[in-house]
Design a protein around this ligand. Structure first.
Ligand code: C2O
Ligand code: CU
Ligand code: CU
Length: 485
């Protein structure tokens, strides 16, 4: 169902070069081929900072036992307003956009019965989680239209901002684009003991982009990175959020298909990153920019107590492609009141196990066609994804060192591994920066870059995936399989 008609655009991805240290050169070269496709409808005009941020509902279990919380979720189409007066048809979990947040606690199992009321197969993946293979939502293990499937999540890992999204073979890209995305916040005793901002001061910020036509409908074209210029946060276009002059914790998730962000506050001031994909950093990282590629999360604390009531701050994005007056803005924080604050950001956050010594080395070359051919391929070590082929055989219990290189000249990639939270050992031969010093499941690999990762395979056995998490690239073939046995 994915048209490859416009896939050649992938060959001209140029998002500007991001130093992972946080330095940005927002150099944007527009892809000639991509610019040619303007679609059939004029883009919708949407006012900015005109609607309030909404907070995804926390899903209530249908049943709980001593060990387990049970949930029911239905995948269905629903109309939601992004373009004023022109509701968009989205694919949703439970009719919500993004889907409801699931709150889980380490050591307590979560069981979700997913019912598919869409007219195509789906597969539900819990991104970043250590889960048995039958619950990993692998591309061929789908839920047929009208059917249900029960997913079981053991939650035997550190507190982390995880993410539920679709993974049906060759449809994940379009399905996620059309809305199948939910946050899954796993907590543990350690996190609860730290005194971080909590309750209404702990807010998911799920950022994505989209291309809407004049009727308010989403246009999906494979690798349409130049035209998805409407930014939404928690399903609302460029919302404002009324905050108190105190500390807030924000769980930032880049849930776009192919867009990279470099986020900053409009006054250039600093905030504190406390966690990354797989959980809390060992210590806070005070920074003025956060770089997020598709699938990456950052857990940050912003202290609004330094601003007088009445201040408005825009969360900005330094990176294209797209018009800066659209993609350069994400949302606005309006400081509207004062409030007591007894939260803290302690100097010691997560407890990270020391990475083990790797005994197996592997190399991965990510590359996609950049020569403008009409049927762009995207490869890992020269091969496109084949669900019937096992690319790596890994002995259970092994620790491996993976060296991942982006061989493209223009196209950025990232690299996501199912099942394990890994550590970044090196980026281009140097130690990783503070934002990458914790547990990661998705790592940026910009053109010409090489990252070295260490991964330990000591949880479940079975066939799992690794892939570029620019969904459109994955759908073009930049995905592989590993069997842990
Ligand atoms: Cu976000 Cu294969 O996953
Ligand atoms: Cu994943
Ligand atoms: Cu890629």
């Amino acid at each position: 169902m994915l048209s490859r008609r416009n896939a050649l655009k992938a060959g001209v991805v140029t998002t500007g070069i991001i130093g992972t240290a946080g330095v940005v050169a927002p150099t944007l070269t527009s892809g000639s081929a991509a610019a040619a496709d303007t679609g059939t409808a004029a883009p919708a005009v949407i006012p900015q900072f005109a609607v309030p941020l909404t907070i995804p509902q926390v899903l209530a279990p249908v049943m709980t036992s001593g060990t387990t919380d049970y949930y029911n979720v239905t995948m269905k189409k629903v109309l939601k307003e992004v373009v004023p007066g022109k509701p968009t048809e989205f694919f949703t979990y439970n009719g919500q956009l993004p889907g409801p947040t699931i709150k889980a606690r380490r050591g307590r199992r979560v069981v979700i019965r997913q019912t598919n009321q869409l007219d195509m197969p789906t597969s539900v993946h819990l991104h970043g989680a250590e889960v048995p293979v039958d619950s990993d939502g692998s591309p061929m293990n789908t839920v047929a239209p009208g059917a249900s499937k029960v997913y079981t999540y053991p939650n035997n890992q550190a507190a982390a901002p995880l993410w539920i999204h679709d993974h049906a073979h060759h449809m994940e890209s379009e399905h996620v684009y059309r809305g199948l995305s939910s946050m899954y916040l796993l907590t543990d005793d350690r996190e609860q003991s730290l005194g971080l901002p909590s309750g209404q001061y702990d807010v998911p910020i799920v950022i994505r982009d989209g291309r809407f036509d004049e009727n308010g409908q989403l246009i999906y074209v494979m690798d349409d990175f130049l035209n998805r210029n409407t930014i939404t946060v928690n399903g609302r276009p460029w919302p404002f959020f009324q905050v108190a002059a105190r500390k807030y914790r924000f769980r930032l998730l880049n849930s776009t298909n192919v867009r990279f962000f470099v986020l900053k506050l409009s006054d250039g001031s600093t905030f504190t990153q406390i966690g990354s994909d797989g959980g809390l950093l060992a210590q806070p990282n005070v920074t003025s920019q956060i770089s997020l590629s598709p699938g990456e999360r950052a857990d940050v604390v912003i202290d609004f107590s330094r601003y007088p009531v009445g201040t408005q701050l825009v969360l900005e994005n330094l990176l294209g492609p797209g018009p800066a007056e659209q993609v350069g803005r994400i949302m606005r924080f309006d400081v509207t009141r004062t409030a007591p604050d007894n939260s803290t950001v302690p100097a010691r956050l997560g407890v990270l196990p020391a990475p083990r010594q790797g005994t197996v080395n592997r190399t991965f070359t990510l590359r996609m066609d950049e020569d403008g051919r009409p049927d762009t391929g995207a490869y890992i070590n020269g091969q496109t994804y084949d669900p019937n082929r096992i690319d790596l055989r890994i002995a259970w219990g092994t620790t491996e060192v993976w060296t991942v290189t982006n061989a493209n000249q223009f196209a950025p990639h990232n690299f996501h591994v199912h099942l394990v939270q890994f550590r970044v050992l090196e980026r281009n031969g140097q130690a990783p920066g503070p934002a990458e010093a914790g547990l990661k499941d998705t790592v940026q690999v910009l053109p010409g870059e090489t990252v070295k990762l260490v991964l330990t395979f000591n949880s479940y056995r079975g066939v799992y995936l690794f892939h570029c998490h620019m969904f459109d690239h994955g759908a073009m073939g930049m995905m592989g399989t590993m069997e842990i046995a």
